[in-house]
Write a protein that binds this ligand. Structure first.
Ligand code: TRP
Length: 385
């Protein structure tokens, strides 16, 4: 076993894991292995591992024996890094990494300052404009921000060593009661004046995201929280044209959530999220729709989460072996020995392109959540565990 992964105890339990090494090395090693799985060249892999540790800044050198640098909401164990794979039939999956550049600080002002600095450094390095982000800076980075994050960044690790960059902002920055107004104002500043009114009903708006850099059609994306969602309700969330089709969305929801094929029931714990992306201002309608199911809260262990993800992949013509290789690249623990390695499974529709499946994979640098032995039935009502 390779040095940076030597912190994994063979039995895989978080509590018995020897916390050796540093956060940056640990995550970079996972990234290198994932790059191999998705067949990025060793040169690209090395470059991206360096990009990851650069983006983490001084926190990269933090010993894993210490607690997480901040109570990052990015992942359940507060690792400020999460991987994801974007699957399309008949092709190698795309690898992405989500991270919190300001994770060295629990103070939202400082965290945001570091985050913005990190995005601007990437913009200088790779020669893209931060114009869209600059237009929103005063809105998302007020003097006394509130909420669970300041700025996250996701990198799409395509071949060539230059990632595509996405920035995630916090609509609760100006207070929870002003979340909807903040989203409406942000969309309007980006030219999407009718976009907010096109969105379906939501409990709240956890993120607003922007594509920066070299995209064919850069998106402004709005994330919506839906507590207690049912399959039938999920099916009518999309507002995009062309509509992805209710049956497909419902079927995905049931498979990922663990409901019977014709089953009713709701995700009564951690909520599902929908994401609506805007690429043009002519129609006022979104051109993309994603449904994110937090599968980790509706399974006993990751073996079951993997089965759900593989069923979704298979349904969309994708070989589940890719996912198995990716999971082995990230951890050597048995899937049954923990829950949360697979954080979300998502179904993505963009324009008239074939649907894509995304699986979010936790780094688990700090902790593995123990599997559920018995069902706390009141909490899991509705979902077939
Ligand atoms: N950890 C947070 C959550 O579970 C945020 C988050 C991380 C997230 N990765 C995500 C949300 C992927 C949706 C999809 O909500």
């Amino acid at each position: 076993m390779n040095a940076a992964l030597s912190g994994f105890h063979p039995d895989g339990h978080g509590a018995s894991r020897a916390h050796t090494g540093q956060l940056g090395g640990f995550a970079a090693e996972q990234l290198l292995r994932l790059c191999e799985v998705v067949r990025l060249s060793p040169t690209d892999a090395t470059a991206y591992a360096q990009v990851l540790t650069d983006a983490l800044g001084p926190v990269a050198e933090r010993p894993l024996a210490l607690p997480p640098p901040a109570r990052s909401f990015l992942s359940d164990d507060h690792t400020p890094v999460e991987f994801s794979l974007a699957f399309l039939p008949g092709t190698t999956p795309g690898l992405r990494v989500l991270l919190e550049p300001g994770c060295g600080s629990d103070d939202l002002v400082e965290n945001g300052r570091i985050g913005l600095g990190s995005i601007r450094a990437m913009a200088d390095r790779w020669g893209f404009s931060t114009g869209q982000l600059d237009r929103l800076e005063d809105l998302f980075f007020p003097a006394s921000p509130e909420g669970p994050l300041a700025l996250w960044c996701a990198l799409e690790l395509r071949p060539g060593g230059v990632p595509r960059v996405k920035v995630y902002l916090n609509p609760a920055a100006n207070g929870r009661d002003r979340t909807a107004d903040t989203v409406r104002e942000a969309l309007a500043r980006l030219g999407h004046r009718r976009a907010f009114d096109a969105l379906p009903p939501a409990d709240t708006y956890p993120f607003l995201a922007l594509d920066l850099g070299d995209w064919d059609a850069p998106r402004a994306k709005v994330y919506l929280t839906h507590h207690g969602l049912s399959a039938a309700e999920a099916g009518v969330l999309p507002r995009m044209t062309p509509h992805p089709g209710r049956p497909r969305v419902e079927e995905f929801f049931r498979t990922a959530g663990g409901f019977a094929a014709d089953g009713a029931g709701r995700l009564s714990g951690r909520p599902a999220l929908s994401c609506h992306s805007f690429t043009e201002t002519a129609t006022g309608l979104p051109s993309g729709f994603t449904l994110h199911v937090p599968v980790r809260d509706y399974v006993r262990h990751d073996g079951q989460a993997r089965e759900r993800a593989v069923a979704v992949l298979r349904r969309h013509g994708i070989d589940g072996a890719w996912l198995d290789r990716a999971l082995s690249a990230v951890t050597s623990r048995r899937l049954e020995d923990g829950v949360g390695l697979i954080a979300y499974v998502a179904l993505v529709h963009e324009g008239d392109r074939p649907p894509r499946v995304t699986v979010y994979v936790s780094s688990e640098a700090y902790e593995v959540r123990p599997p559920l032995e018995a069902l706390p039935s009141h909490e899991w009502a509705g979902a077939a565990l």
